[in-house]
Design a binder for this molecule. Structure first.
Ligand SMILES: C[S@@+](CC[C@H](N)C(=O)[O-])C[C@H]1O[C@@H](n2cnc3c(N)ncnc32)[C@H](O)[C@@H]1O
Length: 306
């Protein structure tokens, strides 16, 4: 047994020495690989031109400083945020308040506006496309109006429907609008209808919220003068023109486009003044001048002065 013990101690000693030897070999191998690596790099660097070496160094430096740059950016951002915050506090929170849109209380109107699309066959394709755009405009304006009206499109079909199907498929999802293939006289009771037409001798003074006002869906460059007036008379319904001449002097005809008539009604509902409504909506090129203003100008023209 004792022998075994001695033999055991001797072999343990031998094992330790072996391990030491292996360790030494391993580390000498590792340093060899390291040095061969460095050697490779050095060789690589030697094969690079001076310019390339410079570029490489610059690139390495750029990579090393990436974190630092990130940190600096973060600091700058924080500083800007702090400055903005301090500025807003100085202004008593006003800046923030100004940026917010004032909330407008939308109250739908019971007034009905009908676009009569029964003149489709009288229009050229390019004019149908213009009418299509005017109707899109009416829809969009009504959607953002303070007092949106009840909109009807009647007698929809033919070229106009084709244009809508081809160019604006989304119309089938339009909200708050009644789109009908029927004529307006089949949709609204006759006594409630008022055809808006510039040829009517009646001048509209106020809007009656129980009525449905009809706009002729027509772009005709005056080729069908008086057509809507004739149709209204044939049907025996009320008709009226907008009170344009009482409030504005225009350098062009009193015949307006569908969307202008539509928008004037919306503006009148909002402002309660025809004059304001006309001036908000009518384009400058129509040369609209307030009737009062024109009178004043005439007086000052004839004034001989001191
Ligand atoms: C371009 S106009 C069509 C003109 C067409 N020759 C006619 O006889 O009505 C489009 C529509 O806008 C309306 N409109 C245009 N100007 C108007 C005005 N001054 N007063 C009332 N309605 C008007 C009419 O309903 C008209 O049919």
């Amino acid at each position: 047994m004792a022998d075994d013990g001695v033999r055991g101690e001797a072999s343990a000693q031998q094992e330790k020495e072996k391990e030491k030897e292996n360790g030494a070999n391993r580390s000498s191998q590792e340093t060899e690989t390291e040095s061969s690596k460095n050697g490779d790099n050095a060789a690589e660097n030697q094969t690079l031109s001076k310019r390339q070496q410079k570029k490489l160094l610059k690139q390495q430096k750029w990579e090393e400083e990436r974190e630092l740059r990130k940190q600096k950016r973060k600091e700058r951002k924080q500083q800007r945020r702090l400055q903005r915050h301090n500025h807003q506090e100085e202004q008593g929170g006003e800046a923030q308040h100004v940026r917010k849109r004032p909330r407008r209380e939308v109250t739908p109107s019971s007034l009905r506006l009908v676009v009569d699309c029964s003149f489709d066959s009288l229009m050229l394709t390019k004019d149908v496309q213009k009418l299509h755009k005017q109707i899109q405009r009416c829809y969009a304006e009504n959607r953002r109006a303070l007092h949106p009206v009840q909109v009807y499109l009647t007698s929809l079909g033919g070229q106009l429907k084709q244009s809508m199907d081809e160019k604006d498929k989304g119309w089938v999802n339009w909200k708050d609008i009644s789109i009908k293939t029927e004529h307006y006289s089949e949709v609204v009771a006759k006594e409630e209808l008022v055809y808006l037409t510039s040829d009517s001798p009646n001048v509209l003074e106020e809007l009656d919220h129980k009525k449905a006002y009809v706009i002729g869906g027509l772009v005709d460059h005056n080729h069908h003068k008086g057509i809507t007036f004739e149709r209204a008379k044939e049907l025996g319904i009320h008709h009226a023109q907008l009170p344009l001449s009482s409030f504005v002097k225009m350098n062009s005809r009193k015949v307006l486009a569908v969307n202008h008539v539509f928008e004037i009604i919306l503006a009148y509902l909002e402002k309660g003044s025809w004059q304001e409504a006309f001036f908000t909506v009518l384009p400058q090129r129509k040369g609209a001048v307030a009737v009062d203003q024109e009178k004043e100008e005439e007086e000052s023209d004839s004034d001989p002065g001191p």
